[in-house]
Write a protein that binds this ligand. Structure first.
Ligand code: ADP
Ligand code: MG
Ligand code: ZN
Length: 476
């Protein structure tokens, strides 16, 4: 029997407001422990929450960008639990009536088909503090307590670990493009719980699910899902009873392990948060927020394909982040060679950025400078290969390509007379190879081209070198 996975994701995303959700403390990442705190986010007796309007605005903005409906009347609820990362002993969240519901994200499958993945709800809530377990005991830092979050809960519409990764990538690119979250996974701005079960292919009845908690890397989550998929299929095939459980992923061992089963699940005793009033969201406000949503990544990608005639694949890679998309568009317009712009950005530049752990905003050169590089290559001032060297220098120094070409004397030599002299000299210096050629070995022509390029320090125009080497060889 063939099986398929059923996957649903719960994604927590930290909102990039300046201040926390219920007080004026800074949301900045890091900082000395317990310096971004006040009586409210420390949960001291008598301190009352005040809801940050920006948090609701960002919640609505995320909802609209993810095709959700907005609950114009909604409220905050208390989720009670006892753990030192939560000083009030309850988290303020939204239980029964979330700010957004019933949206979707469209992903593209490998065969090119589009698939809509439902979003059940988006609610706003506060983050907890952070525990640090040391040899000297456990420490707690409340800088993160009260940082605003949205939780985006998908419907169980995903059917494989790869689909889950596609969904997450799309979600991340949308959230960061509308600037509600920086989505920095390494700083915990985007975290994910993954739910998975298996069922016979095409079945309508879902199996018993496992939930993998607190994943902060797409790759790790995909691996964890693959592991769970096999474990579940194995169990079903062997007729074992699976029980609904909550698990953790052990990256080093490549396995998941159970934390708790459903029977031991927490009872959070939700009830309405009495210290905050019901939220009434006006149509005018929703429309205002709607207007603030910029062109979304997939819309940009479609436009790039149309306007710049670049391949769909390029367009989808270039629009993964807004910074990259904007950079590309400027270079494409200024250089009038969109495919070259795309090749440089997706190739050498991405490689250099990855190697140096950098993002587009850290680049020392600007779009106009890259456009200039493309123009000098297209004009034949330098070859594409020399262009790579120039790019490396631009990457390190941020200098103009023209300045680098001047300083390093890299201008391409297009002088046929000069190149002919070099070709002749090299043939004279290598009589054995010439004899080889006369004996019928045509491949030595490449050897000559290589020697000419070396003798001219790569500056000779390769097309001209090729032409002249062939022309001189035919006279031998
Ligand atoms: P809970 O209240 O226990 O968190 P929810 O009903 O809110 O459960 O579901 C949480 C997530 O689990 C959602 O993303 C949902 O799509 C997913 N999910 C629900 N049932 C299944 C299932 N049988 N297999 C896989 N995922 C599931
Ligand atoms: Mg849940
Ligand atoms: Zn505070």
């Amino acid at each position: 029997m063939d099986f398929e996975a059923v996957i649903g994701l719960e994604v927590h995303s930290e909102l990039s407001t300046d201040t926390k959700i219920f007080c004026g403390c800074s949301t900045e990442f890091g900082g000395q422990p317990n310096t971004h705190v006040c009586p409210t986010c420390l949960g001291l007796p008598g301190a009352l929450p005040r809801l940050n309007k920006k948090v609701v605005e960002y919640g609505i903005k995320a909802g609209l960008a993810l095709n959700c409906s907005i609950n114009k009347v909604c409220r905050m609820d208390r989720k009670n639990y006892f753990y030192p990362d939560c000083p009030k002993n309850y988290q303020i969240t939204q239980d029964e009536i979330p700010v957004c519901h019933d949206g979707y994200i469209e992903i593209e499958l490998d065969n090119g088909d589009k698939k809509k993945i439902g979003i059940e709800r988006i609610h706003i809530e506060e983050d907890a503090g952070k525990l640090l377990h040391t040899d000297a005991g456990s420490l707690v830092d409340y800088n993160r307590a009260g940082v605003p979050l949205i939780e985006i809960v998908s419907k169980p519409d995903l059917r494989s670990p790869e689909e889950a990764t596609k969904y997450l990538e799309k979600l991340k690119s949308i959230l960061s493009s509308i600037e509600v979250s920086d989505c920095k996974m390494e700083q915990g701005s985007l975290r994910c719980d993954g739910n998975i079960s298996v069922m016979p292919k095409g079945s309508l009845e879902f199996g018993v699910r496992s939930e993998i908690k607190n994943m902060n890397s797409f790759k790790a989550l995909e691996k964890a899902f693959e592991y769970e998929y096999k474990r579940h299929v194995e169990a079903v095939k062997n007729g074992e009873e699976l029980e609904q459980d909550t698990r953790r992923w052990d990256e080093a061992k490549g396995v998941t392990f159970a934390m708790r089963s459903k029977e031991k699940a927490n009872d959070y005793r939700y009830f309405p948060e009495g210290d905050l009033v019901t939220l009434n969201i006006s149509d005018e406000w929703i429309e205002e927020v709607r207007k603030s949503i910029p062109e979304l990544p997939h819309e940009k990608a479609e436009r790039f394909v149309k306007e710049f005639s670049i391949p769909k694949y390029d367009a989808s890679v270039l629009t993964l982040t807004m910074d990259m998309a904007k950079f590309f568009e400027k270079v494409a317009v200024e250089s009038k060679d969109a495919k070259a712009a795309s090749n440089w950005l997706m190739g050498d530049i991405s490689r250099l950025m990855n190697k140096n752990n950098m993002e587009v905003k850290d680049l020392k050169f600007n779009p106009s400078q890259l456009a200039e590089l493309i123009k000098v290559i297209n004009k034949g001032t330098i070859s594409n290969n020399i262009g790579k060297k120039v790019l490396n220098s631009m990457f390190e120094s941020g200098k103009d390509p023209k300045v680098i070409i001047e300083e390093k004397g890299l201008i391409q030599n297009n002088d046929e007379g000069e190149i002919l002299e070099v070709v002749k000299k090299i043939m004279e210096e290598n009589p054995k190879v010439v004899q080889d050629y006369k004996d019928g070995n045509k491949r030595v022509l490449g050897f000559f081209v290589g020697l000419v390029m070396k003798a001219t320090k790569g500056k000779a125009n390769p097309q001209i070198v090729n032409k002249i080497v062939n022309q001189e060889a035919s006279k031998l």
